[in-house]
Design a protein around this ligand. Structure first.
Ligand SMILES: Cc1ncc(COP(=O)(O)O)c(C=O)c1O
Length: 417
């Protein structure tokens, strides 16, 4: 609505991530898209107001701003850029990844509808589906990740949607999107893919026939661990419907956040190339280390989805999950011995972040619940940043050397008590 010039959405990935969606001439001759820090817009006179309202009444694209909850010039540029990177007709940026997921589900589903969610997925998406959507009369079935027969058998006459994540958290499972889409289409069901771990650099679900793609832009898209945002991308009509709902929900991203996201997107290709390289090399290092029991990384032959990942993805990203040949305490000691990464939730930024899911994302669950999800105490999720590979490996090597020593000192400590 604010931007009417060409989108510059041709060229290769980084050319698009720098230029797509942006008018070359910006206000005041600024090279970068300014932050338009306003909550509202004013009209020059009553004739301008009526012209705007008449367009709105006729459901035509507005040609100017009205109120901050309905849009912002920086938001529009980010949305056009993301649509160009993902290969969608339209995009809607919102306050967080969860805002994008919940607003999309609320738009697509009504009481009496049913949907399917693949089970290795972000915990809050599962919780929202099983608890909140259920309260609104929308039922959800969890389908085991990678079991396409079970997924098809879960489809009912009232099934409207299949939701999947790729790669998943924490086991980096990769969906065979063409296969999922084929099943969904045969039953007249829509598909929504959360490709937060994939990014449009590594995988573009719409190109494989998915109807909608969502991202937590908080992760790789923003890329600097300094913002919260989400985006949904798809056909223009679908995005318009989600936008209309979000105009009421109000989960909008702030102008400054939108600027940070726009800035982060310009280096997405460069950052992803490094994340991919770090991921592959660190995964290969871990896979041969005697203190490591198992590694999950789609770039390794040993990963259950290595073949499909190799067909669909450019690279496999910077997140690696692995189990150490010790116990929960030994794993905690290993994490404490790491010097480079921060310990915390989240992923996809320039700084490496490590977590022990049993003590972080799955802390509130009891052992049986964690066991059911396959989350062992020895599991580590390492979200590699863009530091140099050799430094990341050297840091891991020194911390792994301390695993048996840490266990020994714990045992000695408990003997003394
Ligand atoms: C795969 C995935 N989807 C969605 C989300 C939610 O995103 P946000 O934290 O931006 O709301 C996350 C957050 O960790 C995630 O990992």
């Amino acid at each position: 609505m604010f931007i009417r010039e060409d989108r510059h959405d041709d060229g290769h990935f980084s050319t698009r991530s720098v230029h797509a969606g942006e008018p070359k001439e910006k206000p005041f001759g600024s090279l970068t898209m300014p932050i338009v820090q306003t909550s509202t817009y004013h009209f020059e006179d009553t004739a301008a107001l009526i012209a705007h309202m008449e367009r709105k009444e006729a459901e035509l694209e507005p040609l100017r701003g009205e109120y901050g909850r309905y849009g912002n010039p920086t938001q529009e540029v980010v949305e056009r850029k993301l649509a160009a990177l993902e290969g969608g007709e339209g995009a809607l940026v919102m306050a967080s990844g969860m805002a994008a997921i919940t607003a999309t589900l609320l738009t697509l589903l009504s009481a009496g509808d049913h949907y399917i969610l693949t089970d290795d997925c972000y915990r809050k998406t599962r919780q929202w589906s099983m608890e909140v959507m259920a309260r609104m009369g929308v039922s959800c079935t969890l389908a085991p990740q990678g079991d396409y027969q079970a997924l098809e058998e879960a489809i009912r006459p009232e099934t409207r949607l299949i939701v999947g994540e790729t790669p998943t958290n924490p086991y980096l499972r990769v969906i065979d999107i063409p296969r999922l889409v084929e099943i969904a289409r045969r039953h007249g069901v829509m598909t929504l893919i959360d490709a937060t771990f994939g990014t449009p650099y590594n995988i573009r679900p719409l190109e494989h026939g998915a109807d909608l793609v969502v991202h937590s832009a908080t992760k790789y898209l923003g890329g600097h661990n300094d913002l919260l945002a989400g985006v949904v991308i798809g056909r223009a009509g679908q995005i318009k419907a989600i936008n209309e709902l979000n105009n009421m929900l109000g989960a909008v991203a702030a102008p400054h956040t939108l600027y940070l996201l726009l800035r982060g997107l310009k280096t997405l290709g460069l950052r992803m190339a490094r994340h991919n390289e770090n991921g592959q090399q660190v995964a290969e290092f871990l896979a041969t280390h005697p203190a490591v029991r198992q590694v999950w990384y789609p770039g390794l032959d040993s990963h259950p989805d290595h073949e499909v990942a190799s067909q669909l993805m450019t690279g496999f990203g910077g997140v690696i999950s692995f189990e150490l040949d010790t116990d929960l305490e030994g794993t905690a000691a290993f994490i404490d011995a790491l010097e480079l990464p921060y310990m915390g939730p989240s992923l996809g930024g320039v700084e490496s972040i490590v977590e022990q899911p049993a003590l972080m994302s799955h802390f509130t669950l009891d052992d049986a619940e964690r066991e059911a999800l396959g989350i062992r105490g020895e599991l580590v999720r390492y979200a590699l940043g863009i530091e140099d590979t050799e430094d990341l490996i050297a840091d891991l090597a020194q911390a792994l050397e301390r695993v048996p020593a840490a266990l020994l000192s714990t045992a000695e400590g408990s003997d003394r008590e």
